[in-house]
Design a protein around this ligand. Structure first.
Ligand code: NAP
Length: 283
């Protein structure tokens, strides 16, 4: 039997409803949730991403301003502007788009962005909060989107064996901590893992965050397992995941498509975080 397709659309719609309800409640108290997206320079990808996030934010009643700064800005100048945004009580969430121009160091800026406004987990304080199980933090959008999907589709996690393939700071590592927080028994795999198919085949939940098109085939998957495909890899004029969906769906119990899966939910997570930040800043 073919696997159940875990599509992102329904999850995103439910999240939109919840966000809009929270936004109305905040507005009734005189709080106008606001997101600031800062771009240094003119990277086309960043501008495109920021514009689509702005559209989604406004659809949900969240104010979103894109602040595009000159690519020639010095690090000190940028740090000063960022500190002013940190201090602005009318801004609740801040995203700083990367990569920066070469004169600006990520390793400096990430500590300047206020952890309370860091809705996409750039400041290591927020990465640390995931480790500590501190719910006042903001996990990165992609692993949090996987969690939103697992919860929405009522996939059991407690006591289950989960394998995360990939150990980046944006996906793999935080993903493993979030699953551990739900009492899964988590194994984290990477490029040096021995017998990856054998390790994956023991898992009830497999999260693929590798960046290798269609690498995960049916022989990695235990019959009935849930497969969450985080990968976004260009193939011709479209994008494919890290999982060979056609083959794996014959074995898995449930699988996310690419496109139309995890990626559909990530922007909603950022908006949910803006609402959370607005609440926490006005307690
Ligand atoms: P990354 O930083 O390149 O990390 C890839 C990870 O995969 C590394 O830990 C690497 O191991 C591991 N890996 C690479 N080849 C492997 C192999 N043959 N066997 C086992 N492990 C292997 O990538 P990322 O930023 O985490 O992104 C992962 C994927 O998710 C990409 O396709 C990216 O486009 C996608 N992504 C999607 C979203 C979304 O919203 N859906 C957001 C962000 C990223 P080592 O550590 O040993 O090198």
């Amino acid at each position: 039997m073919a696997a159940k397709l875990l599509t992102g659309k329904e999850v995103a719609q439910k999240m939109d409803q919840d966000i809009q309800k929270d936004v109305l409640e905040l507005k009734a108290k005189g709080i106008n949730p606001a997101l600031r997206i800062m771009i240094v320079g003119e990277a086309e990808d960043s501008v495109y991403y920021a514009n689509s996030a702005k559209k989604m934010a406004e659809k949900n009643g969240i104010l979103c301003e894109i602040e595009q700064l000159a690519g020639t800005l010095s690090q000190d100048e940028f740090v000063n502007i960022l500190k002013q945004r940190n201090a602005d009580k009318n801004i609740h969430g801040i995203i700083v788009m990367r990569p920066f121009p070469k004169q600006i160091s990520e390793d400096v800026v990430k500590y300047v962005l206020s952890p309370e406004k860091d809705v996409d987990c750039f400041n290591p304080v927020n990465a640390g909060k995931i480790m500590a199980g501190d719910m006042t933090g903001f996990p990165p959008a992609t692993p949090q989107a996987v969690m939103e999907m697992l919860r929405f589709y009522e996939i059991p996690m407690s006591g289950k064996d989960a394998v995360v393939i990939g150990r980046s700071m944006v996906v793999g590592k935080p993903m493993s901590m979030l699953l551990l927080g739900e009492n899964a028994t988590v194994t984290v795999c990477h490029s040096k893992t021995k017998d990856l198919p054998g390790v994956c085949k023991r898992a009830d939940i497999v999260v693929a965050a590798i960046g290798r098109a269609k690498m995960i085939t049916a022989d990695y998957i235990k019959p009935g397992a849930t497969v969450m495909d985080v990968g976004i890899n260009p193939e011709g004029d479209k994008f494919v995941g890290d999982v060979n969906t056609e083959a794996v769906k014959e074995v898995a119990g449930a699988i996310t498509p690419v496109p139309g899966g995890v990626g559909t939910v990530t922007t909603r997570v950022l908006l949910k975080h803006v609402v959370k930040a607005a609440k926490l800043q006005n307690q």
